[in-house]
Ligand binder design. Structure first.
Ligand SMILES: NC(=O)c1ccc[n+]([C@@H]2O[C@H](COP(=O)([O-])OP(=O)(O)OC[C@H]3O[C@@H](n4cnc5c(N)ncnc54)[C@H](O)[C@@H]3O)[C@@H](O)[C@H]2O)c1
Length: 332
């Protein structure tokens, strides 16, 4: 049994709380949020206790693990505190808003030797995982190209976007991680383009809402990520791997497989899932299950802190490319 403390009871923290309680090998002992009503609501729904502070939860020797689902700019501070308290850590992506802070965090926790898993949940999506398997087991021959489409259903509130670190660090970081996961090797060249096409107000906070990133891997494979903060037809999440002997695509999913036929249309499907909590329900459960099982079995957790750091470096490189208009070269 793994006893958890949950830090952050917002959009994603609420979901993690339910998942921890639903799994037989885990228990949510504490929840803490700087906004007390959020913590109280999760405590009421799950039977967990509201912790008075982060320190109080970390001081309890019965707490084995923490799940960090607070705003991004607080992750590093909480990782350091939890690691120094000897707790296993599952932290939401991204680790921070810039790589320098992530590197400083690594330095501070290097002697702690606690398991740290980063919340790149899409690695656990069964369809995306099938693409990764096909790309790496030779069933589509020699992998040559990857195309990732990543479009949110609608713009998040400007208040959230202001502190999000920008579209590459907040949103496309999932796709940088997916590209590394499918490739099984590092990306060495990158050029990013971006525009404000959905809402020009995004430029007032120094960000863009529509991006295309072209990348090249160590062995010369080509990767294209296209992203938008708005897709009028729902949450658009596709991963395609193309090789010398074929292609494999993880397509969009709908709540049912029903197709409808009328006098005006044929083969009309349900709308796409609206957003991440619905589309990736299996992935969130599987990433948590994997964390719990690996921590209990004292096996390595995945994706690791280093995976989080490397995706962060790609996000920083994309931001730099966008700002300078230049191609960025990465060395690992
Ligand atoms: N993996 C995914 O698919 C996914 C999806 C959404 C969000 N996220 C990540 O999860 C994190 C939270 O996002 P969200 O959408 O739930 O945000 P949110 O704003 O809904 O929730 C964040 C919560 O953290 C609380 N908080 C802030 N600082 C705190 C602190 N120091 N201690 C305790 N609580 C604190 C806030 O009061 C809030 O309730 C972000 O890092 C985000 O990037 C990941």
């Amino acid at each position: 049994m793994l006893n958890f403390a949950l830090f952050g009871a917002g959009r994603i923290g609420k979901m993690h709380a339910q998942n921890i309680q639903a799994f037989a090998q885990s228990n949510l002992k504490y929840v803490f949020d700087v906004y007390a009503p959020a913590a109280e609501a999760v405590a009421k729904a799950t039977g967990a206790k509201v912790a008075e502070s982060v320190e109080m939860a970390l001081a309890d020797p019965d707490v084995d693990a923490v799940l960090i689902a607070t705003s991004t700019d607080t992750h590093v501070e909480l990782i350091i505190k939890a690691a120094k308290a000897g707790k296993a850590i599952l932290c939401e992506k991204p680790i921070d808003l810039d790589t320098a802070t992530v590197n400083a965090c690594l330095e501070q926790i290097k002697d702690c030797h606690v398991p740290i898993q980063i919340g790149f949940n899409r690695r656990y999506d069964p369809s995306h995982a099938a693409v990764v398997k096909a790309a790496q087991d030779g069933s589509i021959g020699k992998l040559e190209q990857i195309i990732i489409t990543s479009r949110d259903p609608g713009m998040a509130p400007v208040e959230y976007l202001k502190s999000s670190g920008g579209i590459f660090r907040d949103m496309i970081i999932h796709d940088f991680d997916m590209a590394r996961f499918v490739l099984g090797e590092e990306i060495v060249e990158l050029q990013a383009f971006g525009s404000a096409m959905v809402d020009e107000k995004i430029t007032e906070i120094g960000d863009v809402d529509s991006v295309m990133v072209i990348m090249k891997s160590q062995s010369g494979r080509l990767i294209h990520i296209n992203g938008s903060r708005r897709a009028i037809y729902g949450y658009d999440q596709r991963v395609e791997a193309f090789g010398s002997e074929g292609m494999v695509i993880s397509n969009n999913q709908t709540p049912t497989s029903v197709t409808r036929y009328t006098k005006d249309t044929t083969q009309v499907k349900d709308p796409l899932y609206n957003f991440f909590i619905d589309r990736y329900v299996d992935a969130y459960n599987l990433q948590l299950t994997s964390f719990i099982e690996n921590v209990l079995a004292k096996k390595p957790v995945s994706p690791s802190f280093e995976d989080g750091r490397r995706a962060q470096m790609l996000a920083d490189a994309a931001q730099k490319s966008l700002e300078t208009g230049q191609k960025v070269t990465l060395s690992w």
